[in-house]
Design a protein around this ligand. Structure first.
Ligand code: FES
Ligand code: MG
Length: 585
């Protein structure tokens, strides 16, 4: 059994038709249930569709404007096929889609919205078990956080990565090559025509970003936690295996309902450790740290920043996938996928953890094989010995900040330089390309007010652009420090998630142009060379910025969002306090 069970309630270990949650809607004989049943008949269903059958909710984040989830409209039909085969009644429930490339100001502003929506969709409807369909960055944590809090049996159907991009014989990777060629364009090495061709070649099938961005990282984490069928997270979106995986997930959730295989029986400290180890071995996105903390807190568990750092020192990067490595997720799948990578990690994982498949991880990994050792490397011969994520602390970040050493220019992993500070994104954007900007390659670029409350929503501004005059001179990396996040597709010596954030008066708010800032990735240290007295003087002179929102979601978000080390969840959504089921009437 998994060690240290989470604090969530486990109701029973075996369900009968009478103990199904949906029985309260459809199985009893009263006036209200007459209404429920007559309205199922209005939908064209007959008693044969529901009597004695689990009702399976399919929370689908498909939308017309989410290219990462474009196939999920059709894929829901595969899930339904599986549910019907296994004797359940599938009910599709659309939820906010959160298309990362479209939603402004940042999809992160709405992750908790999706989590709340998922939880309340399940609570208010006659659902016995749920299939969660997502994959684009924030959708995986949003869906899982809601499902964990609701506590019903839940299985995740990850959207899967899109196919490789192509341009003039080059392979293009999502995000990473956008940044790369944008700098080439700014440096005058490619023109409008080339840029438009790249626009048409970089994303050429439905599915999530196919580098090791937040999407690929979080889908792998969902699998490592035990929320997907083994091997599900690496299947490219448009591969026929993806349809078969969706149908198999539909079949499996029906059995999970009968077995009462709830998140409480899947999640444990050991399961989260497995997920963090997989994250490190994948060379995963820094964003995953925030989401893992939030998911654990929903399960009544805590992961502190030191745990990430300890595991990062223990587990090297094995996945040779951009931006830390060379290949793309499509290649990773052909190389054996996550199952093969977890097979390589076997000795480091807790193989007794039981996920949605119902068997211990050790059994689920049986037959796992690496077909391309250049793409999935071994513990003895990794892509990078430095773990995927280093957690730094110091006077600038008392509650920590993170960086991704394998994606940085090694020369900058230990660096001390003069600060060029920007109060907010707009100030930075207006100045960064000016020819008269006083900046050298040794400067440390600092961006304030990009945090959870200050951004708002902690936007992916952390990979600050290299000043244009330096790009022209061939500079491609600099130390950049902010309280924001960066896309998992980004790279560079970017120090992120500085906690607490500047908007609430964290030390970052006190940094000024001309200060000297030192970082030491190996030593896990970040230090602002400004004396205590001077910092105290600046603190006394600091005034908090005005609130970002007067009303609506933004005001609620600002009032309740936690800091990065708390997973940016809402204070009233964390933990496992019981929530009443809806009354019968
Ligand atoms: Fe959707 Fe990258 S934009 S996964
Ligand atoms: Mg992203």
């Amino acid at each position: 059994p998994p060690s240290q069970p989470a604090g969530l309630p486990v109701t029973s270990h075996k369900k009968t038709p009478e103990t199904l949650r949906s029985h309260r809607w459809f199985g009893v004989s009263d006036l209200r249930s007459f209404g429920h049943r007559s309205r199922l008949r209005q939908l064209g269903y007959d008693s044969a569709d529901w009597v004695g059958k689990p009702v399976i909710g399919i929370v689908n984040t498909w939308s017309d404007i989410n290219p990462c989830h474009g196939h999920l409209r059709a894929r829901a039909e595969d899930v339904k096929r599986g549910v019907l085969q296994a004797g359940g009644l599938p009910i599709e429930l659309p939820a906010m889609s959160l298309a990362e490339p479209i939603v402004k100001p940042s999809a992160m502003l709405y992750r908790n919205f999706l989590a709340m929506e998922t939880e309340e969709l399940l609570r208010s409807h006659p659902i016995d078990g749920v299939v969660l369909m997502g994959g684009c960055d924030k959708t995986t944590p949003g869906l899982l956080m809601g499902a964990i809090s609701m506590g019903l049996p839940a299985i995740y159907v990850p959207a899967g990565p899109m196919l490789r991009g192509h341009w003039r014989g080059e392979t293009l990777g999502s995000g990473s090559d956008t940044w790369k060629y944008w700098d080439e364009k700014r440096a005058g090495r490619i023109g409008e025509a080339e840029w438009t061709e790249i626009e048409g070649g970089i994303a050429r099938s439905y599915g999530t970003c196919m580098v090791m961005g937040t999407a690929a990282t979080m889908m792998a984490i969902a699998e490592a936690l035990g929320f997907t069928l083994p091997g599900a997270s690496s299947i490219p979106a448009v591969d026929a295996s993806h349809s078969r995986m969706a149908a198999a997930s539909g079949r499996r959730i029906v059995d999970m309902v009968w077995e009462d295989q709830t998140p409480a029986r899947i999640l444990s400290s050991a399961a989260f450790d497995n997920a963090i180890k997989v994250h490190m071995a994948m060379g995963g996105s820094t964003n995953a740290i925030i989401h893992l903390v939030a998911m654990a807190r929903r399960a009544g568990l805590t992961i502190d920043m030191a745990r990430f750092d300890a595991i990062s020192r223990e587990i090297p990067v094995l996945a040779n996938v951009r931006p830390s490595g060379q290949w793309l997720m499509e290649d990773f799948y052909y190389a054996g996928g996550l199952k093969a990578l977890m097979g390589e990690l076997r000795e480091a994982l807790d193989l007794s953890c039981v996920g949605v498949s119902g068997v211990p991880l050790g059994e689920a990994l049986a037959g796992a094989r690496v077909h391309r050792p250049d793409i999935i490397r071994t513990l003895a011969d990794p892509v990078s010995r430095a773990g995927a994520t280093a957690v730094l602390t110091g006077n600038l970040a008392p509650r920590g900040c993170v960086m991704k050493p394998p994606a940085a220019d090694p020369r900058l992993l230990k660096h001390c330089g003069p600060v060029l500070a920007f109060e907010d994104f707009n100030e930075m954007a207006a100045a960064i390309d000016r020819d008269d900007l006083a900046v050298t390659p040794d400067h440390v670029l600092v961006l304030k007010n990009a945090g959870p409350k200050g951004g708002p929503g902690m936007p992916e501004w952390g990979m600050l652009p290299i000043p244009k005059k330096l790009v022209r001179a061939g500079v491609r990396d600099m130390v950049r420090v902010s309280d924001g996040r960066m896309s998992g597709t980004s790279y560079g010596a970017c120090i992120l998630h500085v906690c607490p954030e500047s908007f609430v008066g964290g030390p970052l708010a006190l940094v000024q142009t001309g200060d000297r800032l030192e970082i030491d990735a190996d030593g896990r240290r970040i230090h602002l060379h400004v004396g205590e007295e001077e910092l105290a003087r600046r603190r006394a002179a600091w005034t908090p910025p005005p609130p970002r929102f007067e009303r609506g979601w933004g005001a609620m978000y600002s009032a309740h969002v936690g800091q990065a080390d708390e997973g940016c969840d809402f204070d009233f959504l964390t933990g496992t306090a019981p929530t009443a089921e809806p009354e019968i009437h």
